[in-house]
Design a protein around this ligand. Structure first.
Ligand code: PLP
Length: 365
């Protein structure tokens, strides 16, 4: 399918059709380098979670900066990344049902693949499929580190490791635990206390498994908000942050260790008195963590978006906004906004450099 309407490199940002995700390339690249530098200084690896960016364009930038591989939340995302040649993929999530496991093994037949498990039944299903499709797949035990989502309790990990070691087609690689309940705590000390408590559980699972005589090569954890807490902890071998690459409105309330790199470019389509209407809505920006806010301009109060409209109340200089003018917004939640767009419009010095397809969008199966 031709996409003749896509703007050419060199197009000024204000000529890009809206609503459009604009990425400040300098900021996103600096974020990637900064995370990698932190890891290098602490002797750990980065396996960025690409559930945020959903795009091989960014995954390759992360790999080229030194990441050892990437994470994908779903098999559908992993299929896209494997097709783009990403050499190592961890799915830090449970893949169940015959249909999905078969697709997972197909990914594993072309790309080094690791998957998380938290039950013996799943281990048996993965092993059967690996044998019948003639592949080997790496397995991490997910430990419940306090988020109470998936994962076994730390004291059951050694038993599950024993089952994995005996399962043909599976390679036991280690453990993972995501301290998602702590990553967005606004107060650093609170974040640190809770993250360290969570990591006690993960490290104790690793130690129980080792006591059973089974080597644990990977101990994987952390999101953006805990990269420098979990990532500085003895015994953690790698971190899996995702949001740091662009930093959304929510994460910017946690810290400014990384730069905001993503905005949603919109256009004023109607003006009456102190009211303006923007051409974005629930179909182009998510509000699960609150309404977006305007950046680069004062006096634009953003209301709750409806499907394709967002009302704004204008005060001061913002009253000079006219129909056709642009307003840049910052989404409070980047991942769920990115998931409804086809492209990143990547900009440097105010000009379009690249249009990068978001091939992982909607790949939630
Ligand atoms: C398993 C897992 N690892 C890592 C991350 C990355 O977290 P963050 O968005 O805080 O960087 C997530 C986020 O949901 C996750 O579910």
């Amino acid at each position: 399918m031709t996409q003749e309407w896509l703007p050419l490199p060199g197009t000024p940002v204000e000529e890009i059709d809206t609503p459009a995700i604009i990425i400040d390339l300098d900021a996103a690249e600096a974020n990637i380098s900064r995370m990698q530098e932190f890891a290098r200084e602490h002797g750990i690896s980065v396996r960025p979670h690409t559930k945020t960016n959903k795009s091989p364009y960014w995954a390759w930038k992360q790999m080229n900066a030194g990441a050892i591989g990437i994470c994908c939340a779903k098999v559908g995302e992993a299929e896209q990344m494997a097709a783009a040649g990403i050499p190592e993929i961890l799915i830090p999530n449970q893949i169940v049902t015959k249909r999905k496991i078969k697709r997972l093994m197909s990914v594993a037949s072309t790309t080094k693949t690791i998957v998380a498990v938290d039950s013996e039944a799943n281990v048996a299903d993965l092993s059967d499929a690996a044998v019948s499709q003639g592949v080997e797949i790496g397995v991490l035990i997910e430990v419940n580190v306090g988020m109470d989502r998936c994962g076994v309790e730390a004291d059951s990990a050694a038993k599950l490791a024993g089952a994995i070691v005996k399962a043909p087609g599976l390679r036991f690689d280690g453990v993972m635990g995501y301290e998602g309940h702590t990553v967005a705590a606004r107060d650093f000390e609170e974040r640190k206390t809770e993250a360290l408590r969570a990591m006690d559980r993960l490290l104790s699972a690793a130690s129980e498994i080792r006591k059973a005589g089974i080597p644990v090569n990977i101990v994987s954890a952390a999101g953006t908000g805990t990269y420098n807490i979990t990532g500085a902890l003895e015994g953690i071998t790698e971190i899996q942050p995702g949001s740091y690459i662009f930093m959304d409105g929510d994460y910017l309330e946690v810290f400014n260790d990384f730069q905001p790199a993503m905005t949603l470019l919109t256009t004023v389509i109607s003006r009456t008195g102190d009211r303006g209407v923007l051409d974005c809505g629930l179909k182009s920006v998510s509000i699960d963590r609150g309404s977006p806010y305007a950046v680069g301009i004062d006096g634009v109060e953003v209301g709750r978006p409806s499907e394709e409209h967002t009302k704004v109340v204008l005060t001061g200089d913002a009253k000079s906004l006219r129909v056709g003018d642009n307003v840049s917004l910052r989404a409070m939640h980047g991942d769920t906004t990115i998931n409804v767009h086809d492209y990143y419009f990547c900009v440097r010095n105010g000009k379009l450099e690249t249009v990068a397809p978001i091939v992982g969008r909607g790949k939630f199966r």
